[in-house]
Design a protein around this ligand. Structure first.
Ligand SMILES: [Zn+2]
Length: 352
């Protein structure tokens, strides 16, 4: 009996090699077995615009050893012409006998079409092997194709009592260097990182990423801050603000949004970012903006680093600033996704 789950774990591991490079495509990995069930090839989707995982794995085989073999892949093979020809066609052409799939591709262009095409060609198709894990790996992709919206991840780092800084603003450092390094690696999972002018002015962070979004309603920052020195920047201001210094630096694109009480309307913002083909953001900001996100938009995932420190000061700055709430029934509820120890801290991830 072949252990398809074990092979599917391998597909998920291979798929992750493309992390940060495949968007708006999903991360996909593929393993090919010969007719005696020995692994003869592996592949993954390296980068948007390049070969899909199935093609990557099959094109490595030139001796026909895949004939009557099995192909394992974490996402339904595509049946449509995109940047590359359909993988289902190549699988049929290579005379694979059995295809094992993690989860269906609910992208309207596929949506069962790949499975049907394979079955019509007489291929045995097994679906739903590590389905939950396969969907989770591509949670950003599924939010895009099934809900047509931006995926929002948010990071915060606090003391045990939920504070991100003292009342004077001192925040260096609450968490350990291991946590801060880990937080930096999380950034690459997402299309863009987002922060506020308040964070830029207070910390002058560099925040290395290919795409950065800065919320600066009335442009209180300036282009000398480190954050502007690298990557593509989307500078978000109020639609009523007209005093930007022109011309803008080459790497800066202006996005004007509606405001409420002189704060950027986050629903307007997330919709506009999605229209700009940004599929996911990673929010790294102070309590005010993080609190606004929690209150006003769907936050899909929170990465919460907690250091074993207690500030023990009511006037310290909270990770999620908000309004006066009277009842626990009014709280925002999440599901705990995972808990891990990083350095001397813990990382809790919670999701919708
Ligand atoms: Zn494909």
């Amino acid at each position: 009996m072949i252990n398809y789950e074990k092979l599917m774990w391998r597909c998920l591991e291979l798929a992750k090699n493309g992390e940060g490079h495949t968007s708006p495509n999903p991360m996909v990995g593929c393993v090919v077995l010969d007719k005696n069930n020995s692994i003869i090839s592996e592949g993954y989707h390296h980068k948007y615009g390049e070969s899909h995982a199935e093609r990557d794995a099959l094109l490595k085989l030139t001796d026909g050893s895949e004939k009557d073999g099995t192909l394992i892949v974490n996402l339904e093979p595509c049946s449509h012409y995109g940047k590359t020809p359909p993988c289902a066609d190549l699988i049929i052409e290579r005379r694979i006998k059995k295809v094992v799939i993690g989860c269906r591709d609910n992208n309207p262009k596929v949506n069962g079409g790949g499975i049907k095409k394979l079955q019509n060609a007489g291929i045995e198709v097994i679906t739903g092997v590590l389905e939950a894990e396969s969907r989770k790996l591509n949670e950003v992709f599924f939010t895009d194709v099934e809900q047509n919206r931006l995926f929002v991840a948010l990071k915060t780092a606090t003391t045990i009592d939920g504070k991100i800084a003292t009342s004077t603003g001192d925040s260096k450092w609450i968490t350990s260097s291991e946590s801060r390094d880990y937080a930096r690696t999380l950034r690459k999972k997402y299309d863009a990182i987002l922060t506020s002018s308040a964070t830029v002015i207070a910390d002058n962070p560099e925040m290395k990423h290919k795409q950065k979004i800065i919320l600066d309603t009335n442009f209180k920052t300036n282009f000398d801050y480190k954050i502007y020195q690298q990557g593509d920047i989307i500078l978000v201001t109020s639609e009523n603000f007209n005093n930007l210094p022109l011309p803008l630096p080459d790497n800066v694109t202006l996005l004007k949004c509606k405001t409420n009480n002189n704060k950027i309307d986050l629903n307007d913002l997330t919709q506009k970012l999605y229209e700009m083909k940004i599929k996911s953001i990673f929010v790294e900001a102070g309590g005010k903006l993080s609190g606004d996100f929690i209150k006003n938009v769907k936050v899909d995932k929170v990465y919460h680093f907690v250091a074993p420190k207690i500030l023990n000061d009511n006037s310290g700055k909270s990770c999620f600033d908000g309004d006066f709430i009277q009842n626990i029934s009014e709280t925002k509820c999440f599901k705990t996704d995972s808990v891990s120890k990083i350095g001397n801290d813990i990382l809790i991830t919670y999701c919708l």
